[in-house]
Write a protein that binds this ligand. Structure first.
Ligand code: CA
Length: 475
């Protein structure tokens, strides 16, 4: 769930068009120094403002934060240091693990999903796709205390008016008795629960599906799944329609990616498009637009109205494609191949979350201080990868975690040993991997990394393990 015209929100996705940025492990800028006196003064003012008219004074005081949380302002102003390609974004978000989890969830909640499908007309796998991408089927809900986050965002920095509305709505949710105050935790910007709704979306669209009188999107899976279906239905979902199809363009076909320019399927058949496997385009989409996430040489899609409802959940085409693709694989109940039929235009494919963890573990073993192993390639990990690449003469030193880097650092159980330049060189030869020396292929966005002022110093610990300690320039 994404803020209106704000760039990053969801726990799992932070996507702007096809230039996808990672939010985890956000490093810069540093957390600001916020005055608690200023916060409390601001809250005194808010308490009596018209925006909080639906919130009682006792509710306001009961959940009044005793301090600001500077980290949410840091997240608000976070600028990613590395650009992420769509194949990297999708490979982590739609991997074997998530498809398997989705197939399990589909069986576990089969009765509930059937009832939801008959009431809201939304296909079970489409609801599961959203659930899987938003909160990893309820496993990743976000841990930031919502009132502290929203109060801070209401009183400091940009977009205060927007966040004041969300803060008031969050208080109303607790005041209504829908959700326990202790369960009001979420992303830095206030998205919470299994569906990662913002408080305003909750008040508009959350439903009580298990019939206990409360709309509990944190603890009740039926409430969460039905609320997701209600969201999609209210955004224009068409019952019985596919989200779209992966397609094949006729050779030499030239067209721009424009999913909003919807045409009939017979139009696209006339243009010579087929399903990606060569089959005839089905007629079960009333209209569809062409989506070319990586240009005409990558996978191509015809997407209908239901794809647009996924898009409305997070205002990102990459994000919507992740939901669409995950839902297809859960429908097929097959996690063995998570790629599209047409390959992405890269000779170095993206990695799964398990492979991301392999890389992080190998970096830790090699002495790089990247924090924990969480399977999320954030700025800290990418900075460490870049350092590793540079010191081991692996080019381009772009900080990217792809299949090639995974093979180099984590293949053949190198992960358990501290990495040394010699063994890397041998590995490159063994694996017949040609390090790419070409500067011309070096992505522009990374050519002048903002990480240039970040340095690591090798420090040998008492246990004999060499670790990298991050030091600022000049210190
Ligand atoms: Ca309920």
């Amino acid at each position: 769930m994404r803020l209106t015209s704000l760039s990053t929100l969801s726990l799992l996705s932070a996507a702007i068009g096809f230039s996808v940025m990672s939010t985890a492990q956000a490093a810069a800028p540093p957390a600001p120094n916020l005055s608690n006196a200023e916060l409390q003064q601001c809250l005194n003012m808010l308490k009596n403002s018209s925006q909080f008219s639906g919130v009682s004074a006792s509710t306001f005081e009961r959940y009044r934060p005793s301090q600001p949380d500077p980290s949410v302002i840091q997240s608000l102003n976070y600028q990613p240091e590395f650009r992420k390609d769509i194949w990297d974004y999708l490979s982590v978000l739609v991997d074997k693990e998530r498809v398997d989890d989705g197939i399990r969830a589909k069986r576990q909640w089969a009765d509930t999903l059937r009832q939801i499908e008959s009431r809201y007309g939304v296909k079970a796998e489409h609801v599961l796709g959203v659930w899987g991408v938003e909160s990893n089927f309820g496993q990743t809900l976000g841990k930031k205390p919502l009132f502290e986050s929203l109060a801070t965002l209401s009183c400091f920095d940009r977009r205060q008016s927007y966040f004041r509305g969300e803060y008031a709505n969050a208080l109303k949710i607790v005041q209504n008795g829908d959700i326990n105050a202790n369960d009001m935790t979420g992303s830095w910007a206030g998205a919470f629960g299994q569906t990662q709704f913002m408080p305003s979306t909750f008040l508009e669209l959350a439903v009580d599906f298990d019939g206990d009188g409360r709309r509990d999107l944190v603890n009740s899976v039926p409430d969460a799944l039905a609320s997701t279906a209600n969201f999609l239905a209210k955004r224009g979902y068409r019952s019985g329609e596919a989200w779209g199809y992966e397609v094949k363009l006729p050779s030499g076909y030239s067209a721009a990616s424009n999913r909003k320019d919807k045409k009939s399927m017979s139009h696209w058949r006339t243009q010579g498009l087929t399903l990606a496997n060569g089959g005839t385009l089905p007629s079960d989409l009333s209209s569809a637009g062409l989506l070319l996430p990586a240009g005409k040489d990558g996978p191509a899609f015809l997407v209908g109205k239901n794809f647009d409802t996924f898009y409305s959940y997070n205002a990102s085409e990459s994000y919507a494609l992740a939901i669409a693709h995950l839902s297809d694989l859960i429908t097929k109940e097959n996690s063995s191949k998570t790629d599209f039929i047409t390959a992405w235009p890269t000779d170095d494919a993206g990695i799964s979350r398990q492979q991301a963890k392999d890389i992080q573990q190998a970096l830790l073993n090699a002495g790089y201080d990247i924090g924990g192993v969480d399977g999320i390639i954030g700025d800290n990990t990418r900075t460490a990868i870049q350092q590793y690449q540079t010191s081991n003469n692996i080019f381009p030193a772009d900080g990217r975690a792809g299949q090639r880097f995974h093979t180099i650092i984590a293949g053949n159980n190198v992960a358990s040993k501290p990495a040394a330049s010699d063994s890397i060189g041998q590995l490159i030869q063994q694996q017949n991997i040609t390090p790419t020396p070409s500067v011309s292929t070096f992505p522009t966005a990374i050519q002048t990394p903002k990480t240039s002022n970040i340095r690591y110093r090798r420090v040998a610990g008492t246990d004999g393990v060499i670790r990298l300690v991050r030091v600022d320039e000049g210190s």
